[in-house]
Design a protein around this ligand. Structure first.
Ligand code: PLP
Length: 424
């Protein structure tokens, strides 16, 4: 099945999904609030993304977008590795049957997490502060292991590169300012147990435009020789991790143009004499398309002229729309014959919480909708359930359904071969 390909808007319900949802509804007495993850679509999407990668460019999955085990199992053989940001994520990745290279980033890493990562042979640790360099140096020395590291840089960035959510180019808790880079590199080089492999920059989320993103990467690549020259042995620095941040357009369905970005990065690398390996660590854009949140209509009413559909579940299970401040797309899966006199009717889709903030979508033109019908919110595979506050109001947690991978597809040979290679 290829519905969820790179060009998908996420606004149609694939027949397989529809069937699985109706089937699950039949087997339960209670009204439905559940997530469905189409692992086959996820596999196809990842394979397409991987196939577009040019020479010298790698694709990692940032698992904080969705770290459910079946998602990790599906992606493990389809990407170059996983990017992790906590001890909990390290455990999730470690329980995955297919061993993959790991990167550990994030502010406020615990000593216990760093130690665990070293012992488990993490491919690279991304260092976010001078203190963290010192702490890791002590740990690596004590464990007598040589640990490859990257310095996460918070570079000065032209204002033109800003998006809705910036992690770099301004004051943030992430990475090390360029002015402190010489000191950071000196401290790493002073420790026999740390080897600097390259630099890491994850500057933003919600990047909508591939041309702007390519310009940002061009800027990093321009800085690369300057940063690298700060090292005692510059030629030993081989990798530039350019982070994730590719946008999903929840409102208009005009998603990020990944193939165009890949082409531009190839051109940029080809123009350099000694280009680094460019590494992406993508979260949202890998897993968003495979997920669907399904809510059953419990009640309908009109209040002060506005029509409401009150549904099982709510924003405590799918916090993404209020967290992003958008009206999420909604698909209608009728279980009754729709009332005919309500064609074109617009609805506000809300959950069961006792707060006016529990709104998933306003002004949805769904026409006639009956109590007992199902509403399906697509594009729910990233930062959906896992960023939510599911115990609020003591509601039962939603069920998670995983639709299996049907075809094995073109699992990547290069990606699987990388498992046996040492180093980052
Ligand atoms: C969250 C995060 C990512 C992934 O970001 P997306 O916007 O989901 O692609 C990548 N790298 C780091 C360091 C992150 O914190």
């Amino acid at each position: 099945m290829s519905e969820a390909s790179l060009s998908t808007t996420g606004c149609e319900l694939p027949p397989r999904l529809r069937q699985a949802i109706l089937q699950a509804r039949k087997s339960s007495e209670a009204p439905m609030a559940a997530f469905f993850y189409d692992l086959d679509a996820l596999a196809h999407h990842a394979d397409e993304m991987y196939a577009a990668l040019p020479e010298g460019v790698e694709l990692y999955y940032a698992i904080k977008a969705n770290s459910e085990t079946p998602v990790l199992e599906t992606l493990a053989s389809r990407v170059d590795g996983f990017e992790l940001s906590s001890g909990g994520e390290l455990s999730r990745a470690a329980s995955c049957a297919t061993p993959r290279p790991w990167l550990l980033s994030g502010p406020g890493k615990l000593d216990s997490e760093l130690e665990e990562a070293i012992k488990r042979g993490v491919s690279a640790i991304h260092l976010e502060s001078l203190n963290e360099i010192d702490r890791l140096a002590v740990l690596a020395r004590r464990l007598d292991q040589v640990q490859p590291v990257f310095v996460r840089i918070n570079p000065a960035l032209p204002e033109a590169y800003a998006t809705r959510l910036n992690m770099a180019g301004r004051a943030t808790p992430f990475g090390i300012d360029e002015s402190e880079l010489p000191e950071a590199i000196m401290r790493i080089e002073a420790c026999d147990h740390l080897v600097l492999k390259g630099f890491h920059i994850h500057a933003m989320s919600h990047q909508a435009d591939s041309t702007r993103h390519a310009a940002l990467i061009a800027h990093y690549l321009e800085r690369w020789p300057v940063w690298r020259a700060l090292a005692r042995y510059p030629e030993r620095l081989t990798h530039l991790n350019v982070g994730g941040g590719l946008g999903v357009d929840y409102v208009h369905g005009r998603h990020f143009d990944w193939p165009a970005l890949c082409t531009e990065v190839a051109t940029l690398r080809n123009a350099m004499t000694a280009p680094p390996v460019v590494r992406f660590e993508v979260g949202r854009f890998l897993s968003a398309f495979c997920g669907y949140y399904v809510m059953e209509v419990l009640d309908r009413k009109t209040s002060h002229g506005e029509h409401f559909l009150i549904c099982r579940g709510g924003t405590h299970q799918f916090r993404l729309p209020p967290a992003q401040g958008h009206d999420h797309p909604v698909l209608h899966l009728p279980r009754q014959v729709p009332p005919t006199d309500e064609a074109g009717r617009r609805w506000s889709v809300v959950g069961q919480l006792c707060t006016p903030k529990d709104v998933l979508s306003r002004g949805r033109e769904l026409g006639g909708v009956s109590v007992g019908d199902l509403l399906v919110l697509p594009l729910a595979g990233a930062y959906g359930y896992n960023i939510s506050h599911a115990d609020f109001l003591c509601h039962p947690r939603p069920r998670l359904h995983f639709l299996p991978v049907e075809s094995t597809g073109p699992v990547n040979e290069r990606s699987l071969a990388a498992v046996s290679e040492a180093g980052p």
